[in-house]
Design a protein around this ligand. Structure first.
Ligand SMILES: *Cc1c(COP(=O)(O)O)cnc(C)c1O
Length: 242
């Protein structure tokens, strides 16, 4: 790990933390209400480990194999790791008990399979439901209209705890539209939480990335997921090491 890269990451994280606190205060919120999730996809074990000493609260991985690799290498330095990318049902066993939170549950089938496998291991898996509140523009997450069906199903799953919602706002839209998406996610979460279902505590809102985290915090984000602003532009051409 060149010290120059280490220095750059340290400065970037300090700046992000300052921006996060500023956005929280501007919205009448306390800075402690929002945690920083480092989106570490495509980074090496060494880079992940070097970033873990910085004031990052937790890590978000898109790929199960990267989560397993980094966790096994101790690269998170004991900080929690979440899954933030699409989860295939055949990889569920690898993440159960390993991901403190699966943020990207986007189908009834996935939810039902998680319940079945968590029951076998006698554990309760915390999840967020990923909702596509941006409409056609964003490709991931369940359509808003399907959310009630998943919440209803989850209410009857004793090994699942739905802690809230996650979204990816569409890119390249007007700031007003970005704000609208984030505000909508907060409304959906609040409506679900108001039902007071024991294993659906809700209240966690994972929204906001490098380009829009200030807007997300203004609209109530409790987790922001930031990659590029910490690590720089991703290099997808480099084969993963280890
Ligand atoms: C890559 C990724 C992020 C971070 O995106 P940046 O624009 O690099 O900050 C956040 N959330 C998810 C789900 C991602 O895949």
């Amino acid at each position: 790990m060149p010290t120059e890269q280490q220095q750059r990451m340290a400065e970037a994280v300090a700046q992000i933390k300052e921006n996060m606190a500023k956005a929280a205060r501007a919205a009448g919120r306390r800075p402690e209400e929002v945690v920083l999730c480092a989106a570490s996809k495509t980074q090496t074990v060494e880079t992940v480990r070097a970033s873990a000493v910085l004031p990052i609260d937790l890590f978000g991985e898109n790929h199960v194999q990267e989560l397993v690799r980094n966790a096994d290498a101790g690269a998170y330095l004991g900080k929690p790791a979440h899954l933030i990318g699409h989860l295939q049902t055949n990889k569920i066993k690898k993440v159960l008990g390993r991901a403190a939170l699966i943020q990207s549950v986007d189908s009834l089938r996935l939810l039902a399979t998680l319940e079945k496998e968590a029951a076998k291991l006698n554990l309760t898996q915390a999840v967020l439901l990923e909702v596509n509140v941006g409409g056609e523009d964003s490709k991931t997450g369940l359509p808003e209209a399907e959310l009630p069906r998943l919440l209803e199903a989850a209410a009857g799953m004793p090994h699942i705890r739905v802690e809230g919602l996650m979204t990816i706002a569409p890119l390249d839209v007007e700031p007003a539209e970005t704000h609208r998406c984030f505000a909508r996610l907060r409304e959906l979460d609040a409506a679900a939480g108001a039902q007071h279902i024991p294993n659906l505590p809700m209240g966690t809102l994972s929204m906001g990335m490098s380009g829009d985290y200030a807007a997300a915090i203004a609209e109530g984000a409790t987790i922001v997921r930031i990659g590029t602003a910490i690590y720089g532009a991703r290099d997808y051409s480099r084969p993963p090491k280890h």
